[in-house]
Design a protein around this ligand. Structure first.
Ligand code: PEP
Length: 240
């Protein structure tokens, strides 16, 4: 566990204008919260927001598989994130895995580059509905996790079932308890797990967040749609 407080990762994806994001962050700086917030704004706003709002923590939504600096038009590396004072990056979100055919091997490469640049990777894993219906989905997840994890380092793993993202449906409490126990056990056994936080993502909202945050082995949540609403995000940040 990297964080003393519960972690709320706000994934804004490809939403909001720069003016709206600026106003949102301005309001966020005027409050105190119980939980730890990391905001993943649209990439073009990242360095600007991080420079303007030094009391907030920001995060990339993705990063290049290429490290350092060089001739790689359109890409940005973990080093460039670090040079922009960004300490975290999501890697392997299911939208990247599916829309851009990113493999677990590629995601592992990205995560390793993040660690080399001292950027904490937030590695996403999750099964689709067809896999979920197959009784073997836990093995699928463990394989995806094993293939996506770098050798060693401090990192965050986000379990985001694809069928729960943006659907309003989340796993049952018993299912969450079971899968997080399995993930936690795997990570504890592996040599990698010197410092890992585990978070849940997929249709987290005001009705379910408290229940999720109170479950064992869950260190926080990744929130998409509900994090775009200032009032909702602020309420989420105050839950214990
Ligand atoms: C996500 O895509 O990471 C996510 C958690 O989305 P939502 O909260 O909208 O389901």
């Amino acid at each position: 566990m990297i964080f003393m407080k519960k972690l709320i990762i706000a994934n804004w994806k490809m939403h909001m204008s720069l003016d709206d994001a600026f106003e949102f962050c301005t309001k966020l700086t005027e409050q105190q919260y119980n939980n730890q917030l990391i905001i993943a704004p649209p990439i073009p706003y990242l360095a600007y927001l991080s420079d303007k709002f030094k009391s907030l923590e920001f995060c990339g939504q993705n990063v290049s598989q290429f490290a350092g600096q060089g001739s790689c038009t359109g890409e940005y590396s973990s080093l460039l994130l670090k040079l922009s004072k960004i300490n975290y990056s999501i890697v392997g979100h299911s939208e990247r895995r599916n829309l851009f055919q990113e493999s677990s091997e590629l995601i592992r490469q990205k995560a390793e580059n993040c660690l080399k640049a001292q950027v904490t990777p937030i590695i996403c894993i999750g099964e689709d509905l067809a896999t979920r219906k197959n009784n073997n989905y836990k093995n699928f997840l463990l394989k995806q996790l094993e293939e996506s994890l770098p050798e060693v380092g401090s990192l965050i793993v986000a379990y985001e079932p694809i069928w729960a993202i943006g659907t309003g449906i989340i796993p049952r409490k018993e299912e969450l308890i079971e899968i997080f126990e399995v993930l936690n056990y795997y990570l504890k056994q592996s040599q990698v797990a010197n410092n890992i936080s585990l978070v849940y993502g997929g249709s987290v909202n005001l009705d379910n967040i408290e229940k999720i945050l109170n479950l064992q082995n869950i260190d926080g949540v990744m929130v998409g749609k509900s994090s775009l609403d200032y009032q909702m995000l602020v309420q989420m940040l105050s839950y214990k």
